[in-house]
Ligand binder design. Structure first.
Ligand code: FE2
Length: 499
């Protein structure tokens, strides 16, 4: 607390109060005041300047009342600078009460000053919000004008009681809030919304989260940034800049380094708060330890990867099994899968759809496992019965694959890859959109690969013939978009078939 007394040339005595006032600083005695103010000549007016005060409490109010009372006794005009109007009025009223301690003791009423001494500045400031205080002020004013000290004392006592109740409410509310903040399994904080995100409050849980004490965190403005894992720092700063620019909440997951050097994953969520007590916006946030969740997610990812590998291995094994029975068509499904995927990449499909086409291509002829090997590799023309057996592979493929739970429609791909847009395909003569998009793409790739390859019953027809075939039947037998993507692939992108 700083207190200074000065006398201006116009004989105004100025009492300047600065710094942080606390009751432990004590109050100057009447003698000390008399010594400071009462030197000859006595000042013509007295001014209190509280503009430089930081924090202060009710002991200052008591002191100001004492000073005002002293000046009043000397009939010197008083002015206040920087004091809230309500507080100045309260001081004015309180100091106007004659000292009648004995009478008050007799009436059993607690002295106003001792009661007001228990109040806080916040309670005094909010006195205007206490429902009856408007009446009280008015009545106090009336009592003052009527020079009725007894009535005024009663009113002031009521006012002090209202303030005391308000203070109690605040105290209970603050205790509840503190209990909540300090018991939840997370760190709460308030930080200035700047690049460093300078922390102005941090709850004690920071010690169990990162191993730093509250005081360490608050005195080192760089500790937050320096504790963020280097790799994650640009991402966090980007998120903070976004929040700064847009005012939208911050929600970021990143790794922090504990004081012990170990890593901890945190989820940092904060909202931007603007209020009158803060010059610039600040962040009110919560940081939670999500290491366990991250570890779980990581092991889940690993499991997923390993499962995908297993599925991939199984699919390839199935693919080889079918083709092992017909050496002439070895590699057919793999090549169809490659062409179909390349077509799909030119068709603006999702990653999952493309993956379905790739996997579906690898086992689209799965049903051939049930076709006798001698028919599959028969060098001459097939008779009607043999051809019917070959055609069965679409249905058989579906029957085999339908019970396998996969994230892609591979059973339908096997079922529909010989269907044609005009309904001339098999086994169900599906038309147009009845055929799934994946099967329409596989159909184009299948025809290209088959025509460009050697077969036991005929030599290779060649790629040009194959491309001509799909071009002629674009929109008739084959999906127009898939045909366009396929032609583009071979004619513009120089895709080559490795037969
Ligand atoms: Fe087929």
């Amino acid at each position: 607390m700083d207190i200074s007394f000065s006398r201006e040339p116009d004989n105004t005595f100025i009492v300047r109060l600065g710094g942080n006032w606390n009751i432990v600083d004590g109050l100057p005695s009447s003698e000390q005041l008399q010594k400071q103010i009462g030197s000859t000549p006595f000042p013509e007016r007295v001014a209190f300047d509280t503009r430089e005060l930081g924090a202060w409490d009710s002991s200052l109010l008591t002191f100001l009342i004492k000073l005002t009372n002293f000046c009043r006794g000397k009939s010197v005009p008083i002015s206040y600078q920087g004091l809230p109007e309500g507080v100045a009025r309260l001081i004015d009223l309180a100091s106007a009460v004659p000292e009648k301690e004995d009478a008050r003791k007799e009436s059993g009423r607690a002295p106003f000053l001792s009661r007001v001494g228990e109040t806080t500045l916040e309670a005094v400031k909010s006195a205007g919000e206490v429902p009856a205080s408007g009446d009280l002020s008015a009545r106090t004013g009336v009592a003052s004008k009527q020079e009725n000290p007894e009535e005024m004392m009663r009113v002031l006592d009521e006012m002090a009681e209202a303030l005391r109740r308000r203070e109690e409410q605040l105290r209970v509310s603050e205790a509840k809030y503190r209990l909540l903040v300090e018991q939840i399994p997370a760190v709460t904080y308030t930080a200035v919304l700047d690049v460093q995100s300078t922390t102005t409050y941090i709850s004690p849980q920071i010690e169990s989260l990162l191993g730093y004490r509250q005081s360490e965190w608050l005195t080192d403005p760089n500790l937050w940034l320096n504790s963020i894992c280097l790799e994650d720092r640009p991402r966090v700063l980007e998120a903070l800049a976004q929040t700064q620019a847009t005012g939208k909440p911050l929600d970021c997951e990143y790794r922090m380094i504990r004081s012990s050097g170990s890593l901890v994953w945190v989820r940092d969520e904060a909202v931007v708060v603007r209020d009158g007590d803060h010059q610039s916006p600040y962040l009110h946030g919560i940081m939670r330890d999500i290491t366990e969740r991250k570890d779980f997610e990581h092991s889940l990812e690993q499991l997923n990867r390993s499962l995908r590998k297993t599925v991939e291995g199984t699919i390839l094994a199935m693919s080889f099994t079918v083709e092992s029975r017909d050496p002439y068509t070895a590699g057919h499904q793999k090549r169809v899968s490659d062409i179909a995927l390349a077509i799909a990449e030119n068709m603006d499909l999702s990653r999952e759809e493309m993956e379905g086409i790739r996997v579906g291509g690898l086992i689209h002829d799965m049903g051939k496992i049930a076709v006798p090997a001698e028919i599959l590799s028969k060098p001459g023309r097939l008779n009607e019965h043999e051809f019917a057996l070959i055609k069965d592979h679409a249905q058989t493929g579906f029957d085999i694959l339908k019970s396998i739970e996969l994230p892609w429609p591979v059973a339908q791909i096997a079922y529909q890859h010989h269907e044609r847009l005009d309904g001339s395909g098999y086994p169900r003569n599906l038309k147009g959109d009845e055929i799934i998009m994946e099967a329409r793409i596989i159909a184009v790739a299948d025809v290209i690969e088959a025509m460009a390859s050697h077969r036991p019953y005929r030599p290779a027809l060649g790629l040009d013939k194959a491309l001509e075939e799909i071009h002629i039947n674009r929109g008739v037998l084959f999906d127009a978009e898939a045909v366009d993507a396929c032609l583009k692939l071979f004619k513009e992108k120089n895709y080559t078939l490795e037969i």
